[in-house]
Write a protein that binds this ligand. Structure first.
Ligand code: HEC
Length: 352
């Protein structure tokens, strides 16, 4: 399954998105890569190549990275302006949900598929942008051919044509328990609660169910009728953005992107629509607002290939959520308007 299909312009992206979700569900059912055959992939299956972590540590892929562990592994490259920052962001959600268990009984690894560019200092900066603690989540680089072989062992190495363009790389995450031989591939678009549950409980044979789920299912959003815009926001935007205005409860951690409260009012409408359609292009063109935001957040906002309807649905949702929060704020008698912290030098309304 490749994110590439979303970019296809002749068919409605929404329909492709739905197809993609359906495929993801089906693939999820079929994704138990190794367990069905009853075998445990060991040192005879996985190569033991040496990799270097963003912390400078040398780690052997089999002995140090996966042997006897429950792991989450994704393959990334830091120059990616396409959907890949979303992968890391979603994994950050999962990482936060698992809390202090990460690094103890669940281990996180991101392996670069572009080691020539992604050197140790580049990866160290990338980990820092996502607020990742290097003791618990390692970003790894090494020899390109060896890394490709590791990907191949997980069935994540594409055809020559796909590999020629790094943006087409397979976006799946691999979750697994090396000692039981249970490995699954998951889409990074999957709900972080489900991914966290997989890592925290199912891959441990259910051992941790009660300790883990009681806390996190209580935090999971309750079911109610939600609009297309809200669904899209949750699936694709909420890993990096809140809509809060300092009023809605937010996770007590640094967000990866700006608070979108009232963003439809503080930005020029055309600017906002173009930004949602092609943020990578605007950054490449040195758009002043985009550049100033990037200087502050240092994470690249992904290009989701959103079509017009999707963009309007998202803006409608942001607008209605902003109004809902304003009303509930006024109801408490607090009339002060929220002043978003936009960082130095970022003008409120883009002049176009
Ligand atoms: C991987 C993290 C990430 C994801 C996912 C993401 N964004 Fe962003 N977004 C950012 C960052 C970071 C910025 C600041 C500009 C930059 O650094 O590229 C930003 C900027 C913005 C802005 C401009 C904010 C302002 O103050 O002007 C809007 C609007 C926005 N994003 C909307 C969205 C929407 C809608 C989605 C979902 C479809 C989304 N973003 C998904 C990271 C993300």
């Amino acid at each position: 399954m490749r994110i590439l299909i979303i970019g296809h312009s002749e068919i409605s992206p929404m329909r492709i998105w739905l197809t993609f979700l359906l495929l993801a569900v089906v693939a999820g059912l079929q994704a138990d890569i190794a367990r069905a055959s009853g075998q445990v992939w060991g040192a005879d299956y996985f190569p033991n190549y040496e990799l270097t972590a963003h912390t400078g540590e040398k780690l052997r892929f089999f002995d140090d990275v996966i042997a006897g562990k429950v792991v989450a592994i994704n393959f990334i490259f830091t120059n990616c302006t396409d959907v890949c920052p979303m992968e890391t962001a979603r994994l950050v959600d999962v990482y936060r949900l698992l809390g202090d268990r990460v690094g103890k009984d669940v281990h996180f690894y991101s392996i670069t598929i572009d080691p020539e560019n992604d050197t140790v200092p580049v990866l160290a900066e990338y980990a820092d942008r996502f607020g990742v603690d290097g003791a618990n989540w390692k970003f790894l680089t090494g020899d390109k051919r060896q890394i490709d072989q590791i990907r191949d062992k997980f069935g994540l190495f594409g055809s020559a044509a796909e590999e020629a363009n790094l943006s087409n790389h397979n976006i799946n995450l691999v979750l697994g328990n090396q000692s039981t031989g249970h490995w699954v591939r998951r889409s990074p678009f999957e709900n972080p609660y489900i991914l966290a549950n997989q890592l925290g409980s199912r891959l441990h044979g259910g051992k941790f169910t009660s300790a883990y789920t009681s806390r996190n299912y209580a935090e999971a959003p309750s079911l109610r009728q939600i609009s297309a815009g809200e669904t899209m926001f949750r699936d694709r935007c909420s890993s990096c953005h809140v809509i809060s205005g300092g009023f809605a409860p937010t996770r007590n951690v640094r967000a990866l992107g700006p608070d979108l409260f009232a963003v439809h009012q503080r930005r020029d409408p055309q600017w906002l629509r173009r930004w949602l359609a092609e943020p990578d292009k605007m950054l490449a063109e040195d758009d002043p607002v985009a550049t100033a935001l990037y200087a502050q957040f240092k994470v690249i906002m992904p290009n989701f290939r959103l079509d017009r309807n999707e963009i309007e649905a998202l803006i409608d949702y942001i607008a209605s959520e902003t109004e809902r929060l304003r009303r509930s704020k006024l109801a408490t008698g607090d009339h002060a308007e929220y002043q978003p912290d936009l960082g130095a030098g970022v003008a409120n309304r883009a002049g176009h």
